[in-house]
Design a protein. Structure first.
Length: 71
């Protein structure tokens, strides 16, 4: 199987989700975003600091989409 990884695949930290979805890499930040659907959270992993930020939302959602805006 062909892979795009430069090294071994590993968890980014201790965070675990029952239903984690839609991981997307942001080249601008650089960070990894994904969604915890059941807990209604957007998560962002900052590899340079080894930190996971969590942002709660009031409604269910299933994906994080990137745009051209620099936020």
């Amino acid at each position: 199987m062909e892979t795009f990884f430069n090294g071994p695949v590993r968890p980014v930290g201790p965070y675990r989700a029952q239903l984690g979805e839609s991981p997307v890499w942001c080249n601008h930040s650089p960070s990894l975003l994904w969604v915890n659907i059941e807990q209604q959270r957007l998560l962002r992993y900052w590899p340079t600091r080894d930190v996971i930020e969590q942002r709660p939302f009031a409604t269910l959602f299933s994906a994080a989409l990137l745009n051209e805006r620099h936020e």
